[in-house]
Ligand binder design. Structure first.
Ligand SMILES: Cc1ncc(COP(=O)(O)O)c(C=O)c1O
Length: 462
């Protein structure tokens, strides 16, 4: 696909390599192979500049839940641009779509919530949540209570605080991170981290004990909050054992530690309920959301606060004379209008009903890939998010340097399905929530066809 002649002269390939510092990209691979330039979207499909068509099996970055050509969102955006293309939310100003969106989010929250703050990305939402938690504890006269616990393999973004919460080395190496107020505890990765003969309940007990030990070691009076994704996405689609969150939340309650649900991937139907918190019995004090909030058509994120957290913040801000936080684009009217329309379409089209209807087929087909291929040793899914993990003979792993998952994802992409290799030699699946039965079958048929000869490659990588 990436021919040398593409690099000749003033091509898009050579100019991209020359001028663009890509997110999360290996610079040498980019300069050797050039970028993959996408030009068009249509439902669950995207097309590249050579005209090749792909099923977007990751919804972009776990985000384009309503696909890549939803006219109602596009028309709403255009209408709002014509009406009022920008206004801000400082000094009591706002625009109509942001009011409606805030009301909608509070009414649909998984637990009673009080206020919504808008930002532009998942990272900003998580950084904002940390600032609010610090403000909350200062307002309560607890200035020492500012440490945050998150989990190894968790992903919470890349801004300074969010990258510190993220428990993946690739987001921290070379950046002098994590910052010192963040501590990491174990991920609920039962497949890789359970002990011999340990069932899911005992594993969850062990993890909640580990958490409690960490809290006691650091001093409960210094721990402010625990951040967790309901399903860990970028860390490998790690689905927690059923009792995990109830055990964890018991510990948090005991020590007056806030529970923050990072719903940036799981929010808005992904796990078969509106919120991952509903699927996994999480009762968050604060919830962060982004991505499918607007089906990723425009950048917008939200921090949703309970009354318990909001009240002291409000009182403190009244004393200071201002709540001193906000982005130029917080509650941007065009982004808010796109999000509101996305959420209306979610309801009108019963998108969650579709997730539930398709989830069994999705689950069965992922499991079938695993059982048909000796080089995969685990498969899992909930709703329309899932993964297969590379390994053999029970729990043997391939050498990470061989990048087996990335090699496999590449040949799947050559056969027309975009997926993503994740750390730990895992391939993630996260198709748009509008996908129907025949499209799901087509996606998995293409994947199976692509990997039928991967056997040989896998043998050579053992
Ligand atoms: C769970 C989770 N939280 C936060 C983020 C960061 O979001 P953004 O990339 O919009 O900053 C991501 C991004 O993938 C995510 O998956």
């Amino acid at each position: 696909m990436y021919e040398k002649e593409n690099f000749l002269g003033n091509s898009d390939y050579s100019r991209d390599v020359e001028y663009h510092l890509h997110s999360y990209t290996h610079p040498k691979t980019l300069s050797d192979e050039g970028p993959h330039i996408l030009t068009k979207g249509d439902g669950i499909h995207v097309y590249d500049e050579t005209g090749r068509k792909f099923i977007e099996g990751m919804s972009g970055l776990w985000c384009a839940s309503l696909g890549f050509s939803e006219e109602e969102i596009i028309n709403t955006i255009t209408d709002q641009l014509n009406k009022l293309p920008f206004y801000h939310s400082f000094a009591g100003k706002t625009a109509d779509p942001a009011i409606k969106l805030a009301e909608h989010l509070i009414k649909m929250s998984p637990v009673p919530m009080s206020k919504v703050f808008f930002a532009n990305s998942g990272s900003e939402a998580n950084d904002t949540a940390i600032k609010m938690i610090w403000y909350y504890n200062l307002a309560r006269g607890l200035p020492e209570k500012r440490k945050i616990i998150s989990r190894r393999k968790g992903y919470h973004g890349v801004t300074l605080a969010a990258a510190s919460l993220t428990g993946l080395p690739y987001a921290q190496n070379g950046f002098s991170l994590p910052l010192d107020f963040v501590h990491h505890t174990m991920a609920p990765d039962y497949f890789n981290e359970s002990l011999k003969d340990e069932d899911e309940v005992s594993f969850s007990d062990r993890l909640s004990n580990e958490l409690e030990k960490l809290i006691i070691k650091e001093g409960p009076e210094t721990i402010a909050a625990f951040f967790a994704e309901p399903v860990m996405g970028a860390g490998g689609v790690i689905i927690p054992p059923e009792k995990y969150f109830s055990k964890i939340q018991k510990v948090l309650k005991k020590y007056d530690i806030l529970m923050v649900a990072d719903e940036v991937i799981c929010g808005f139907g992904r796990t078969g309920n509106m919120w991952g918190s509903e699927t996994f019995n999480i009762k968050p004090d604060i919830l962060t959301a982004a991505k499918a909030l607007s089906s990723a058509y425009l950048p917008i994120s939200a921090v949703i606060l309970s009354e318990k957290v909001y009240q002291p913040i409000k009182d403190q801000a009244n004393e200071f004379g201002i709540f001193g936080h906000g982005y130029t684009y917080s509650a941007h009217p065009v982004c808010a209008a796109a999000a509101l329309k996305t959420q209306q379409l979610m309801v009108e089209r019963d998108i969650i009903g579709n997730v539930r209807n398709q989830s069994k087929l999705f689950h069965d087909r992922i499991n079938k890939i695993k059982s048909n291929n000796w080089f995969l040793n685990n498969s899992r899914s909930v709703g329309l998010i899932g993964a297969v993990e590379f390994g053999y003979e029970g729990s043997k792993k391939f050498d990470v340097k061989e990048k087996i998952a990335a090699k496999c994802a590449k040949i799947i992409q050559e056969n027309g399905v975009i997926l993503r290799a994740l750390p730990g030699d895992i391939i993630g699946f996260c198709p748009p929530l509008i996908i129907n039965q025949s499209q799901l079958n087509e996606m998995f048929d293409k994947i199976e066809e692509a990997i039928k000869d991967f056997d040989q490659t896998a043998y050579s990588l053992k």
